[in-house]
Design a protein around this ligand. Structure first.
Ligand SMILES: O=C(O)CCC(=O)C(=O)O
Ligand SMILES: [Fe+2]
Length: 268
């Protein structure tokens, strides 16, 4: 198994996991440079690199230290549904605590454990591209809420200093770290407090059979990716019974085909 026992215990108990510094300083620098150009000077990039996950950021799509965890907590067949750049200035926030409202049985977001295996629904991965301290205001979590049995209580729904739940946990990590959290966990992107921006990339991975986010990545960005990375955006189906035996929607099948990734005609 790819996760250590401690990582599995921690992720199951709290709903999130930090893998520190999985990216090299050079990888971080290249993605930060791309992010800076996307934000301030997109014309300096070729069109297929002007949105995440194109360009330098494409290395995040299938980073082995991420995929090995996702295979263990979602399953062997996964998709990448949504990706985006966060460039958050001091005083800006993503918003209030949210998530964790759907319960464990939900087919898209539910978090379940059976026979020694975690079956998480959608899992978000945050790639922090700067060093983050607890007091900076990166993503925070109400730990354990992914397994709650009663509705989130209003006394535990604030991230304001002095008013926050005792179960609200923040992380700190070096640049190039990946933070995994189940979308069933109540979480927030609170006010960013540092003078320098929060530069992060957020991915949402899901089981190959589920589909929450309609794809909004421009077709030229998908087309610019190598085939093995395009495979993470393949259609959400498992078996095609028009053939005998049924065709399975595996990575290997996608790689051996030249069919386009579908749904790329819808821009956000
Ligand atoms: O911005 C953050 O730190 C959290 C983002 C978030 O909650 C989301 O993308 O769903
Ligand atoms: Fe969220």
């Amino acid at each position: 198994m790819a996760m250590s026992e401690e990582e599995r215990f921690r992720f199951d108990l709290t709903g999130f996991l930090v893998r520190p510094a999985i990216l090299t300083p050079d990888e971080v620098a290249a993605i930060v440079d791309q992010a800076d150009r996307i934000r301030h000077n997109p014309e300096s990039l070729p069109p297929e690199h002007r949105r995440i996950p194109g360009g330098a950021a494409s290395l995040l799509i299938d980073h082995p230290k991420v995929i090995e965890v996702l295979h263990e907590i979602i399953g062997p067949d996964i998709r990448l549904e949504a990706c985006g750049l966060t460039w958050r200035l001091k005083g800006e926030s993503h918003g209030e605590l949210h998530g964790g409202a759907r319960g464990q049985a939900d087919p898209i977001f539910g978090y379940r454990v059976q026979n020694g295996r975690i079956h998480a629904g959608m899992v978000r991965v945050v790639f922090e591209l700067t060093d983050v301290k607890k007091e900076d205001g990166a993503t925070c979590f109400i730990v354990g809420s992914h397994k709650r049995n009663f509705p989130m209580h209003p006394d535990h729904m604030s991230w304001e200093d002095g008013k926050e739940s005792e179960f609200l946990v923040r992380y700190e990590c070096p640049a190039g770290s990946a933070i995994f959290f189940t979308e069933n966990l109540c979480h927030a992107g609170p006010i960013w407090k540092r003078d320098t921006p929060r530069i992060a990339i957020l991915h949402a991975y899901a089981h190959l059979a589920t589909h929450w986010h309609r794809l909004t990545i421009p077709p030229e960005v998908i087309a610019g990716l190598p085939r093995e990375k395009q495979a993470y955006f393949r259609e959400p189906w498992i078996a095609d019974f028009r053939t005998r035996p049924a065709t399975r929607n595996t990575m290997e099948r996608f790689m051996g085909n030249d069919e386009p990734v579908v749904n790329t005609d819808h821009r956000s």
